[in-house]
Design a binder for this molecule. Structure first.
Ligand code: ADP
Ligand code: ADP
Length: 230
């Protein structure tokens, strides 16, 4: 179970963008978090993925409350997650090729021997050819880059997936392909999913239940410039 309890978070403590929000995702469950942009959904998703330290409240991951970290959460807990964002981003190092980038979490965990096999297994699943695996990020499309990000997110077989507007930049066919990969991974692994988005129809298609940001916060969803929930 992934449990966010009474989370307060933001970018300067005096003006939190997330205030007292609680949300639970059961093991194996897929929960969609729906709301207009600028409300704090991404911030909450990053708190859930241990990428952003909350100013208050607790994150409990499979029974273990993960608190007390400052700059980075412990690796053992971070690696329970595969995380995807709207903007595909693999590395600050432009020299690395997609295949190397997908394998990066294995390398970082000292599991070099498994790298080639695991990349060879994942590449066809996400629809990347050997030729694409040899290219660098600036030599591929956003869709191909997001396919690589998804492969990298799955490379350590995470128990939890956090997908923050994962498909917002993609065309319909790439969206369908990547959602199908996530669904089949979840079926086979039993991983839980927290998917953030603004498109109700898309979230409803791949989530067991959908939670509206306004219902979580008790506040009217009068956030940014964004149009109301679709
Ligand atoms: P959503 O995912 O619902 O669009 P975000 O969590 O991305 O919302 O943003 C919530 C608020 O926090 C917005 O007002 C946004 O401008 C602000 N914000 C997001 N990231 C940062 C950051 N790195 N530094 C300062 N403010 C930020
Ligand atoms: P900042 O406001 O510090 O620039 P970001 O939203 O860019 O925050 O990133 C916050 C954390 O999430 C960082 O650890 C960053 O590496 C990670 N991150 C953000 N976007 C992506 C992405 N598309 N792919 C991989 N990691 C990302």
């Amino acid at each position: 179970m992934l449990e966010l309890r009474d989370i307060t978070a933001g970018y300067e403590p005096r003006t939190p963008v997330v205030r007292g929000v609680s949300l639970t995702v059961a093991a194996g469950e897929a929960v969609g978090l729906l709301g207009p942009s600028g409300c704090g959904k991404s911030t909450l998703a990053r708190v859930a993925a241990l990428l952003h330290r909350p100013d208050g409240g607790t994150v409990t991951l499979d029974g273990e409350t993960v608190t007390g970290w400052r700059h980075r959460a412990p690796r053992r807990q971070r690696t329970a997650y595969g995380v995807l964002f709207q903007q595909p981003r693999l590395s600050a190092d432009p020299r690395l090729r997609l295949g190397e980038l997908i394998a990066e979490p294995l390398r970082a965990g000292g599991r070099r021997a498994e790298m080639a096999d695991r990349v060879g297994e994942l590449a066809p699943v996400v629809g990347l050819t050997d030729e694409l695996l040899r290219r660098r990020p600036h030599e591929v499309s956003d869709g191909q880059l997001q396919r690589a990000c998804l492969a990298r997110a799955l490379v350590l077989r995470p128990r939890w997936l956090i997908c923050d507007e994962m498909t917002a930049m993609l065309d319909a066919s790439t969206t369908a392909a990547l959602v199908a990969v996530v669904e089949s991974y979840r079926r086979e692994s039993g991983a839980g999913l927290l998917a953030v988005g603004h498109d109700r129809t898309l979230l409803a298609r791949w989530c067991d239940r959908t939670v509206r940001w306004a219902d979580l916060t008790g506040a009217p969803a009068a956030c940014a410039e964004a149009p109301a929930d679709r």
